[in-house]
Design a binder for this molecule. Structure first.
Ligand SMILES: [Fe+2]
Ligand SMILES: [Zn+2]
Length: 320
């Protein structure tokens, strides 16, 4: 017989403290718990400016509990946008099992919100700081589209470096399975990004590739693949730094998938400010009746109608 679970804290004690935090709109309690409001069907941060009645509110520890119980994120306090912890903790909290299933099945996966509003603002504010970058590319000059992007110099700002090393470690096992499925003739990707950068350097690719892209009205990015030589890590990430429909309109993140002997299929990935997605750089394996075959993916950005759109691109291989 399994032992009966005992509650360590009497729940009423926490409930009163939580309601007190909600009553004073205590932002320091954000992330510790969430209030579900029965009368509206939404869940909120403790700091929400809404004024629900006590009898309509109950508390949960995680957003997943609120969503499972059928509550929607409040449009006012946006509990879905809350990010807590260090960047490495946020990366650890991504559901990597689900990400693997989606990457294997469709070639791209949302990673959720990895950057806070402050993180996004800091990266956008740094866009004009020339010291941060090793080069700037005007897309028109190369026929890539309209708009510009800047490659970070080495070392990249800590946030960008942490994102690159942290995501690499999670994606390397998936990339290694892709290698095996596609029967690629190359050694496995090492476990750490530091070791992988040494592989890139040995292939003559030693310039860092993380970049910020900036688009204004009329700008766009043609469908492409971020390849910089023979050394290719097959998955990359992008984090949107601007808020769709507020900072800009248009500017959808678009991918195409080309299956042998078929026309290309278009995919539009929904993004939000601070949200990250992972996607295939070029070839990914797709399982068919006679084993895995190659599907080619490309990505780009549709025309920006209004405003400014900034995006952080995290490519794991370096450039020659
Ligand atoms: Fe790209
Ligand atoms: Zn709210």
């Amino acid at each position: 017989m399994p032992a009966k679970l005992k509650l360590v804290h009497p729940p009423q004690f926490d409930e009163d403290a939580r309601w007190a935090a909600v009553s004073r709109r205590d932002a320091s309690a954000d992330g510790a718990f969430w209030s579900c409001v029965r009368s509206t069907g939404v869940y909120c941060r403790p700091s929400c400016a809404g004024r629900p009645k006590r009898e309509n509110v109950f508390f949960v520890e995680t957003r997943a509990e609120a969503e499972t119980a059928g509550f929607r994120p409040c449009k006012r306090c946006r509990p879905d946008r809350f990010v807590a912890g260090s960047l490495s903790e946020r990366i650890d909290h991504v559901d990597w099992g689900k990400v693997k299933t989606l990457l294997d099945g469709q070639g791209w996966a949302p990673l959720g919100r990895l950057l806070s509003d402050d993180d996004c603002a800091a990266l956008i504010d740094g866009y004009d700081d020339d010291e941060r970058y090793r080069s700037t590319v005007m897309m028109r000059r190369h026929g890539f589209g309209e708009g510009e992007y800047r490659y970070f110099a080495d070392p990249a700002p800590p946030l960008v470096s942490m994102l690159r090393t942290g995501l690499y470690e999670k994606l390397a096992p998936i990339a290694n399975e892709w290698l095996a499925a596609l029967k690629e003739n190359r050694p496995a990707f090492p476990a750490t990004h530091e070791a992988y950068r040494r592989c890139c350097a040995m292939a003559g690719q030693n310039r860092p590739t993380p970049l910020i892209l900036k688009y204004g009205p009329g700008d766009y990015n043609r469908l492409h693949q971020d390849l910089y030589g023979g050394e290719i890590f097959p998955i990359q990430a992008a984090v949107l730094l601007s808020e769709p429909e507020r900072d800009f309109s248009g500017g959808e993140f678009v991918m195409t998938e080309q299956t042998p002997r078929r026309q290309s299929r278009a995919i539009v990935a929904p993004m939000e400010k601070g949200f990250a997605i992972a996607f295939a750089v070029n070839d990914r394996p797709m399982t068919g009746a006679r084993g895995a075959y190659r599907v080619k993916m490309r990505h780009g950005v549709s025309e920006i109608r209004d405003g400014k759109r900034y995006c952080l691109g995290v490519i794991f291989h370096d450039a020659a």
